[in-house]
Design a protein around this ligand. Structure first.
Ligand code: FMN
Length: 370
């Protein structure tokens, strides 16, 4: 095992943050925040994955009491939640990490059981999504959503603004606006879900309006140097696809340029088979070319592909989800080209505060002798 300066371990200046390497902890919902309150066991999970000068993005964190659609996900709209985040953020800072809070609203990816007073989830539309079948065969049912009235939209924008302020109050270095993966913001963005006839539907400009209003208000509240965004123009998760994702992606990053955001974090399309081999599609060239800020890519990357895309300038940083979940010392393992622990899908979302959460082993001292 050789320890030399691979591209992923080169430093990068992101706004006012001096990152010591390019390996980012991707946002990972772990469903261990009982009562929507972050728990003390998250201190260990995040601090295990912290390196001096490394960037971590938190699990998706609800902006309001209508934002949830999964069991035991954390929020950041109450004082109790803000207080509960503080020791977690402090632990990351004590080890020299940079910690960003991902702000989330699921929209119609919810059911009335997660909603205040059992009400219908809110969305851009009143079209429900079909039940989804999980890997373990269980079926998730979603309630028919209620289409937001035009005059209600500023209230949701305001929820994001207040949540961003709360994140800074909790000590986070910034926020990532979750505008990906079929949740509320994408339900406005993509023509596969948005069937509105007001100024938030129809043209590309209109479909981008809601997200840009959120960006603007959040930037006004905490400063552009603390605001990133996550987009997934090519995904069709939760029945949220777009008929022209290339145009959508480029238009969106072009519109974001005027805000001087901290970063743009884009999920790649799903991997494809080419002559029997799984390949990353690398579809983000044009968005990368257009966006004037730090660029993060994610989805399906390993050590070799990550080094390659950083080396080629296709991206500045690479976010790792499943590999970082299962390898708390992922940057060190990449440095040494050491073997990786395998992730256990069965414990991704289970409530156990240790098993499958903080019990993935670090490198054995015999392997980590450098
Ligand atoms: C257990 C799990 C939880 C996830 N939770 C979130 C989340 O809260 N927010 C988000 O934007 N993406 C989430 N994702 C997607 C990851 O951030 C990442 O994009 C995905 O795992 C693909 O990257 P990978 O191939 O490195 O795992 C999650 C993925 C997994 C496996």
């Amino acid at each position: 095992m050789e320890a030399h300066q691979i591209p992923l371990l080169k430093p990068h200046k992101m706004g006012s943050f001096n990152l010591s390497h390019r390996i980012v902890l991707a946002p990972l919902t772990r469903s261990r925040s009982f009562g929507n309150i972050p728990q003390p066991h998250a201190i260990l999970f995040y601090s295990q994955r912290t390196t001096r000068g490394g960037l971590l993005i938190s699990e998706a964190t609800g902006v309001s009491d209508t934002a949830q659609g999964y069991p035991r996900t954390p929020g950041i709209w109450t004082e109790e939640q803000v207080e509960a985040w503080k020791p977690i953020v402090k632990a990351v800072h004590d080890k020299g990490g940079v910690f960003i809070c991902q702000l989330w609203h699921v929209g119609r990816v919810s059911s009335h059981v997660y909603q205040p007073n059992g009400q219908a989830p809110i969305s851009s539309t009143d079209k429900p999504i079909r039940p989804q079948i999980h890997h373990d065969g269980t079926v998730e049912e979603y309630s028919t959503p209620r289409r937001l009235r035009t005059d209600e939209i500023p209230l949701i924008v305001n929820d994001f603004r207040v949540a961003a302020r709360n994140a800074i109050e909790a000590g986070f270095d910034g926020v990532e606006i979750h505008a990906a993966h079929g949740y509320l913001l994408e339900q406005f963005l993509k023509d596969g879900a948005n069937d509105r006839t007001d100024e938030y539907g129809g043209s590309l400009e209109n479909r981008c309006r809601f997200i840009l209003e959120i960006v603007e208000k959040v930037v006004d509240e905490i400063g552009a140097g603390r605001v990133g965004i996550r987009l997934s123009p090519f995904s069709d998760l939760m029945e949220c696809g777009d008929s022209n994702p290339d145009a959508l992606g480029v238009h969106m990053v072009q519109s974001l340029n005027k805000y001087n955001l901290l970063y743009c974090h884009i999920t790649e399309p799903r991997m494809t088979f080419n002559e029997g081999k799984l390949e990353l599609p690398h579809r983000l060239h044009e968005m990368r070319r257009v966006f004037q800020g730090t660029f993060i890519t994610a989805s399906g990357y390993g050590r070799e592909e990550g080094n390659k895309v950083v080396e080629e300038g296709y991206t500045d940083l690479v976010a790792y989800g499943r590999l970082f979940l299962a390898n708390p010392d992922l940057p060190r393992r990449f440095e040494l080209n050491a073997p990786l622990n395998k992730y256990d899908r069965a414990t991704f979302y289970t409530p156990d505060p240790i098993v499958g959460y903080t019990d993935y082993p670090f490198l054995q001292p015999s392997l980590d002798s450098n």
